[in-house]
Design a protein around this ligand. Structure first.
Ligand code: PLP
Length: 389
């Protein structure tokens, strides 16, 4: 057994897919402080640069003083507070949904929701590039699991066509794909849903806070919140700059998931200070359009600069821009060279992305400036030219 694991570790190292962690001193958004040095980071999901916002931190501190650290129980026993209830209500209003259930993490939410809504005999149809938690939830549910080519609604419909009418059908997709930065065809998915009497679960992890009116996400933007067969999950660990996650939808479906979801029922509820931090963040997100305006302007600037460089990124209109490198070894080379020049941007490798599609996933955040983008692109251009020579 021990030898077997050693062999597996050695194989990972040999394939350049062995992962290491770098223990940062501090930093979110555009800064990664490591061993006493500040690196310019393009590797954070703190898209709106809120993780260090004093208003959010103060809300958490205040709640810590009153409530202590833990709620010491799952929500259904004694871990559900007035703060939890208020955040659920506020999120429901924000998203235009009837009801919301808080989860500790987005990973847990996706596992819990999918396992509650699909079982042996049901059919799940999933985009090939869905997040790992959506894939794992689908496998765990034991439903018939069908994956369609990325954004290929025609293939989705041909799979739906082959599915017996009597079976429950659940379509699952990210709204903004985390490693490519492109959007799902939500309007087309809604059409398929109607045609085949299916339900649709959308993961808004990367779009919430950034897209849609006041950052309400893409389900809201496309008025899909009006459809009772469409529901969503999301996390607070990205643009909200806090921690935790949720499931939102019509009253009955959320109520049902609460009754059934083992990840909800058998897990300690979120601490009250993280809830109060998220409530403060939600208010800021609603009120401060300038953050989205700045981020959209940086996205436009980045795309313009890339066009003028020798680099090509995957087609994306979002704050996630992916520079496809190819082999894991080359992606690590790029990342190491960037680090030598003060930029933190780790290589994204299999199994997060397909073999041969290792990349640098560039995350833009509100605290970046145009000069940061200039510097990144200049250095990337230089490294890529040296690699070719
Ligand atoms: C699309 C997507 N869904 C869910 C998650 C999981 O969220 P959390 O970090 O809260 O577990 C992530 C995080 O990486 C994600 O990218």
């Amino acid at each position: 057994m021990k030898k077997n694991i050693k062999n597996k570790l050695n194989n990972l190292k040999a394939s350049d897919n062995y992962r290491v962690r770098r223990a940062k001193d501090s930093g979110n958004s555009h800064i990664f402080r490591f061993k006493g040095n500040d690196y310019l980071s393009f590797a954070s999901n703190d898209y709106l640069s809120l993780a260090n916002d004093v208003r959010i931190v103060e809300s958490a501190k205040k709640a810590l003083d009153i409530h202590g650290y833990s709620v010491s129980s799952s929500a259904l026993i004694s871990g559900y507070s007035r703060s939890h209830m208020l955040l659920e209500e506020e999120l429901s209003n924000f998203l235009g949904q009837e009801k919301t259930l808080l989860y500790s993490t987005g990973y847990q939410a996706n596992l819990g929701v999918i396992k509650s809504l699909a079982s042996r005999g049901s059919f799940i149809f999933a985009d090939q590039l869905n997040h790992a938690s959506l894939i794992d939830g689908s496998i765990l549910s034991r439903a018939n699991f069908k994956r369609y080519e990325h954004k290929d609604v025609k293939e989705l419909e041909s799979l739906l066509n082959k599915c017996p009418d009597s079976r429950e059908k659940l379509i699952i997709s990210d709204s903004l794909f985390s490693m490519d930065g492109d959007f799902a065809e939500l309007k087309e998915l809604e059409q398929s849903l109607k045609k085949y009497e299916a339900k649709l679960l959308i993961d808004e992890a990367h779009s919430l806070g950034v897209f849609g009116y006041q950052g309400r996400g893409l389900v809201f933007e496309y008025l899909l919140n009006k459809n009772e067969n469409i529901f969503l999950t999301g996390t607070f660990g990205k643009s909200l700059g806090t921690f935790g996650a949720f499931f939102s939808g019509n009253s009955d479906i959320v109520d049902y998931v609460m009754q059934k979801s083992r990840g909800y029922i058998y897990s300690t509820s979120l601490p009250i200070h993280t809830i109060e931090a998220t409530r403060a963040s939600l208010k800021i997100i609603e009120e401060e359009d300038w953050r989205r305006d700045k981020l959209f302007s940086l996205i436009r600037y980045f795309k313009n600069c890339i066009k003028k460089s020798n680099l090509t990124v995957l087609e994306s209109d979002s704050h996630i821009q992916a520079l496809l490198i190819g082999s894991s070894a080359d992606a690590i080379f790029f990342s190491d060279e960037l680090m030598k020049r003060g930029i933190y941007l780790p290589a994204i490798r299999p199994p997060t992305v397909e073999e041969g599609k290792s990349r640098l996933r560039i995350s833009l955040t509100v605290d970046h400036e145009e000069k940061d983008i200039d510097y990144l692109i200049n250095i990337l251009d230089m490294i890529s030219q040296n690699l070719v020579q």
